[in-house]
Design a protein around this ligand. Structure first.
Ligand SMILES: [Zn+2]
Length: 138
């Protein structure tokens, strides 16, 4: 397990996340994820996440597909627009979770990024637990 440091483009928001890219990342083909080229790493423990600056700059994207009843929050920097992490509490996902945007990590090495396993979820078909049939365009 490592501690990664992440931030938005303007540097206003910064965070620390305990996890390991080698344990896997996730991408998805749903409408929301397509628009932002979603790529996230779920932390093994939601408590392994700390905002280190810029809490006052955070804003939230309305949650995606079928989530009106779900507790899910997609945070981004209101100054530069960069999406940073998703957190929530959804029973089907095993309770509380934090997933950080891999692209926001500043100290993930190129090698770690290249070698990070990716699970491509088929969210477009509400089939989140199975792989997307096509991923080349995502
Ligand atoms: Zn920013």
């Amino acid at each position: 397990m490592k501690t990664y440091h992440g931030s938005c483009f303007c540097g206003g928001v910064a965070f620390e996340a305990d996890g390991d890219l080698a344990d896997g990342t996730m991408r998805c083909n749903c409408r929301f994820c397509r628009k932002m080229r979603y790529w996230e790493m779920r932390l093994p423990d939601p408590d392994g996440f700390r905002i280190t600056s810029g809490k006052e700059l955070l804003a939230e994207t309305p949650a995606s597909a079928g989530s009106e009843t779900n507790d899910i929050h997609n945070w981004f920097c209101s100054r530069c627009g960069i999406r940073l992490w998703t957190e929530g509490d959804i029973e089907e996902m095993g309770g509380r979770f934090v997933q950080v945007c891999v692209a926001a990590l500043d100290d993930a090495t190129e090698e770690e990024l290249i070698n990070a396993p990716i699970f491509w979820a088929d969210g477009a078909n509400d089939n989140w637990w199975n792989p997307a049939p096509e991923t080349r365009h995502l």
